[in-house]
Design a protein around this ligand. Structure first.
Ligand code: G6P
Length: 474
C-alpha cells in the first residue's frame, strides 16, 4: 500500500506544559484542516515538531504515543536546534529575505549548519515512517533542503513541496550565501507549488540564473529528472468560518461587544505579530484618519488583535514595543471617557469570538508589507453572512491576485490608505454587498479542500509524466 506523509516544521497539534502536566492543543493555522482528510486516513502520518522543548525520555515517549493515536509523529528539537534552526536560520535569515526585509537578514554559518542538521533530522524521521513508493508532501521555508535529502534516500518516492511564503525576486535570493544549496534542495521534489504566478516566475528565474538549468512552461529539466512548478493559491475551510459566524455563541458575543462599544463603527485588524504585516504602519494610518477626518472621532474604533509569535527573535520584541507605544500614544491623545480609538489585544481568540469580531466589522483592514497569501482576508469574507462590510487589502498580499473586489492599496502609501479607510466607511451598502458576493463566490469555491486536491492530483500527474519519460527508449 502506498501512503502519504505530510511534513511541516510545526505539527497541527502543539504540546503545552501546564500545572497538570503536558497538554495537547490544536496549533494555530489553517493547514491542519485542509490536510485533515489526508493525514488522518488509514496508514498516513504527519511528521513535525510539537512546538515545545521536550527533553526527558519518558516524556518524549508519552508525547509520541499520544500523537501516534492522531496520526502524527513528532520530531523533537533540542533547545539549541530551536534557537539556531528555527529562530536563527529559518526566522532571521530566510523569513526576512523572502519577505524583502534584507536589512533584517542575518548570515551566520553556525545557524546554517543547524538548518542542514535539522533538515537531516526531519529526513530520518520521514524515512522511519515511510516506504520506497510513498508520497511525501513537504511544507514551507523551514524545510527547503528536505526534498533533495529524501530524493537521495528514496529515488522512486513521489515528493511534493509547497512554499507558504513569498518566493522573492532573484536579486534577493542571490544575496544568500547558501542560495545554490537551497534551490537544489527544493529541486528534489517532483512538483513545487507557490501561492501565485509571480512567486513561481521568481523561482524559475532564480533557478535558471543561479543553476543554469533550462526552464520551459513551468518545467525544470535537471540532468536526471524533470521538476514541475505551478501556482496553487491556498484557500480556507470556508464552511467552518461561515458556520462559526452563524453560531448562537458568535451572535451572543457580538451583542455583548456592540453594547460595550456604544455603537461605534468597527475597523478590524488581525495578525500574528510580525514586521511583515505592517501593523505599526496601519496604526499610523488610523491616527491620520482621526486627524484628517475629525468627524470619525468618537464614531469609529480600531479593534486590533495581535497574536504573539516568535518572541525570542529580537526584531519581534522590538516591534512589540513599538506597537505598545503607538497604541498608548494614540489612545492617550484621542480617547474620551465613552470611546477608545484602539482596542488592542495581544493574544489569540477562540473561533466563536473571532467570528463575532468578523461579523461586526465594518471594515477588514489587511495591509501587510509582504504576505505569501493572507488567510485572514479570506476568513473575513467567509464570515460576512449579510454581505455587509468592506475589505481593504494590500496589493502585496498573495490574496490580492484573487480578491480584485477588495479595495486594494499600496501599504507604503499612507495618504492612499487614509483616504481608502474613509471611502470604506462611507461606501453605499449596495456596493458593499456586490463586492462581497463576488469575493465570497471565489473564496467558497477555491477552499482549502480544493487546494489540497488540486496539488495532490497534479503531483500524481507530474510523477506519471516522469515515469513515462523514463521509459521512452533513447
Ligand atoms: C507562517 C509560515 C508557517 C508558520 C506560521 C506561524 O504562516 O508560513 O510555516 O507555521 O507562519 O509561525 P511559527 O513560527 O509560529 O510556526
Amino acid at each position: 500500500m502506498t501512503r502519504t506523509i505530510i511534513v511541516s516544521n510545526r505539527l497541527p497539534t502543539k504540546v503545552l506544559r501546564t500545572d497538570d502536566g503536558l497538554a495537547f492543543k490544536p496549533s494555530e493555522g489553517g493547514l491542519a484542516t485542509g490536510l485533515g482528510s489526508i493525514y488522518k486516513a488509514e496508514g498516513n502520518v504527519w511528521v513535525g515538531w510539537p512546538g515545545m522543548f521536550v527533553e526527558d525520555a519518558a516524556e518524549q515517549e508519552f508525547v509520541t504515543e499520544q500523537l501516534r493515536a492522531d496520526s502524527m509523529a513528532p520530531v523533537f528539537l533540542t533547545e539549541s536546534e530551536i534557537r539556531d534552526y528555527y529562530e536563527g536560520f529559518s526566522n532571521e535569515t530566510l523569513w526576512p529575505t523572502f519577505h524583502y526585509f534584507s536589512q533584517y537578514a542575518v548570515y551566520d554559518a553556525a545557524t546554517w549548519e543547524a538548518y542542514v542538521a535539522v533538515n537531516e533530522k526531519f529526513c530520518q524521521a520521514v524515512l522511519a515512517q515511510s516506504g520506497p513508493d510513498d508520497t511525501i508532501w513537504v511544507h514551507d521555508y523551514q524545510l527547503l533542503l528536505l526534498p533533495q535529502m529524501l530524493r537521495k534516500a528514496r529515488p522512486q518516492a513521489t515528493i511534493g513541496f509547497f512554499l507558504h511564503i513569498p518566493f522573492p525576486s532573484y536579486e534577493m535570493v542571490r544575496a544568500l550565501p547558501w542560495r545554490t544549496q537551497l534551490l537544489e534542495g527544493m529541486l528534489g521534489a517532483d512538483l513545487i507549488g507557490f501561492h501565485t504566478f509571480s512567486y513561481m516566475r521568481h523561482f524559475l528565474s532564480s533557478v535558471s540564473q543561479l543553476l543554469g538549468l533550462p526552464t520551459v512552461n513551468g518545467q525544470i529539466d535537471t540532468p536526471t529528472r524533470s521538476v514541475q512548478v505551478d501556482a496553487f493559491p491556498m484557500g480556507i475551510d470556508y464552511q467552518r468560518f461561515a458556520d462559526a459566524a452563524a453560531s448562537e455563541a458568535a451572535q451572543q458575543h457580538e451583542q455583548v461587544y456592540r453594547e460595550a462599544l456604544h455603537g461605534a463603527r468597527i475597523v478590524l485588524s488581525i495578525d500574528r505579530l510580525d514586521y511583515t504585516k505592517g501593523i505599526a504602519e496601519r496604526l499610523r494610518a488610523f491616527e491620520l484618519l482621526l486627524q484628517r477626518f475629525p468627524e470619525w472621532r468618537g464614531q469609529v474604533s480600531l479593534i486590533m488583535v495581535v497574536v504573539p509569535s516568535r518572541d525570542q527573535v529580537a526584531q519581534y520584541q522590538a516591534l512589540k514595543e513599538e506597537i505598545d507605544e503607538l497604541v498608548g500614544r494614540i489612545n492617550a491623545q484621542y480617547r474620551t471617557i465613552a470611546w477608545s480609538p484602539i482596542q488592542y489585544f495581544y493574544r489569540s481568540f477562540p473561533l466563536e469570538e473571532l467570528a463575532a469580531l468578523y461579523r461586526m466589522a465594518d471594515v477588514g483592514l489587511v495591509t501587510p508589507i509582504r504576505d505569501g497569501m493572507n488567510l485572514v482576508a479570506k476568513e473575513f469574507i467567509a464570515s460576512k453572512l449579510d454581505r455587509r462590510g468592506v475589505l481593504i487589502l494590500s496589493e502585496r498580499a498573495g490574496a490580492a491576485r484573487e480578491l480584485s473586489d477588495a479595495l486594494l492599496i499600496n501599504p507604503s502609501d499612507t495618504d492612499q490608505l487614509v483616504q481608502t479607510l474613509h471611502d470604506a466607511l462611507v461606501m453605499p451598502e449596495e456596493e458593499q454587498t456586490q463586492r462581497m458576493a463576488e469575493m465570497q463566490a471565489l473564496v467558497r469555491r477555491y477552499d482549502v479542500f480544493a487546494w489540497t486536491q488540486l496539488f495532490m492530483s497534479q503531483l500524481t500527474e507530474a510523477k506519471a509524466r516522469q515515469r513515462n519519460l523514463a521509459t521512452v527508449p533513447l
